[in-house]
Ligand binder design. Structure first.
Ligand code: IPE
Ligand code: IPE
Ligand code: MG
Length: 251
């Protein structure tokens, strides 16, 4: 971990956990085996992020578009999610991790939703790190939902259209409750956002790695953070005096 400067950690790290299927295919196994292996990586990376002192970690676990995958793959993913939520209870509580979820959660099966709600409720007072699972999540959908809520407030006379500004949208977009994204990592080699945190990642530093998610480990996380710490975040401005001053004006 020598590469990481603990004084300048990204506050909000988000990960597109991609490559489970290819990991399994490379071994001649079915895709769900890759997803199971991927859930071990989740455990490992949550623990590593917590130990480092990251404030917020957001993981893309299931996209709105992933509902178009074969039913048996969706079922396997939902069972793994449930298993994860059941098995991580103590890990979350012992480490002061607050669990949240963003996305169109009512679309999740009841047997997942109930455990998810339990974990969220019992970790709500934790202050160590906020772990947000993006489930049935799409960045565009999240913006659409926010627009609907704001439009409803305008219609009932509670809000003037001119009063709608970035701050108001921030408040209407749940994925940025923990702050905008500083570092966005995507494993699996693809260099795209795939409808992840569109609003919150506007000025995120992007980090793409060929490593498939089941192979992604602590060292890979440290490497991504070290790369982030080499970046010059200008937020559209020119020269900077010190990193902290830029962080202030950028936010
Ligand atoms: C990411 O791995 C997990 C989910 C999208 C749920 P994939 O299943 O997309 O794996 P690849 O990209 O096909 O290898
Ligand atoms: C993004 O990966 C979604 C998750 C990691 C949950 P996908 O594999 O679904 O994205 P595409 O199809 O490569 O864009
Ligand atoms: Mg994929």
């Amino acid at each position: 971990m020598p590469l990481v400067d603990l004084q300048r950690l990204p506050k909000h790290v988000a990960i597109i956990m991609d490559g489970n299927g290819r990991w399994a295919q490379a071994q001649g196994r079915v895709r769900s085996v890759g997803h199971r292996e991927g859930s071990h990586s989740v455990r490992r990376i949550v623990r590593a992020a917590r130990r480092l002192g990251i404030d917020a970690l957001t993981l893309f676990a299931f996209s709105e578009q992933n509902w178009f995958r074969p039913a048996h793959e969706i079922a396997a993913l939902m069972e793994l999610l449930r298993d994860y939520l059941l098995s991580e209870r103590e890990e979350l509580l012992d480490n002061g991790i607050r669990l949240r979820a963003v996305g169109r959660l009512p679309k999740l099966p009841d047997r997942v939703r109930s455990v998810l709600d339990e974990r969220i409720a019992e970790t709500a007072a934790n202050r160590g790190m906020t772990l947000t699972l993006a489930l049935s999540y799409g960045g565009r959908e999240e913006i659409v939902d926010a627009a609907r809520r704001l439009a409803a407030r305008v219609r009932c006379g509670e809000l003037e259209p001119d009063a709608i500004d970035e701050e108001l949208l921030d408040a209407a977009i749940p994925s940025v409750d923990v702050g905008r994204v500083d570092l966005l990592i995507r494993t699996g080699g693809e260099q795209r956002i795939s409808n992840f945190l569109l609003w919150g990642a506007a000025y995120a530093e992007l980090y793409f790695t060929e490593r498939l998610w089941p192979d992604f480990d602590e060292e890979d996380l440290y490497q991504a953070i070290a790369a982030y710490q080499q970046r010059d975040r200008r937020f559209g401005r020119v020269a900077l005096v010190t990193g902290t001053e830029v962080a202030k004006v950028g936010e």
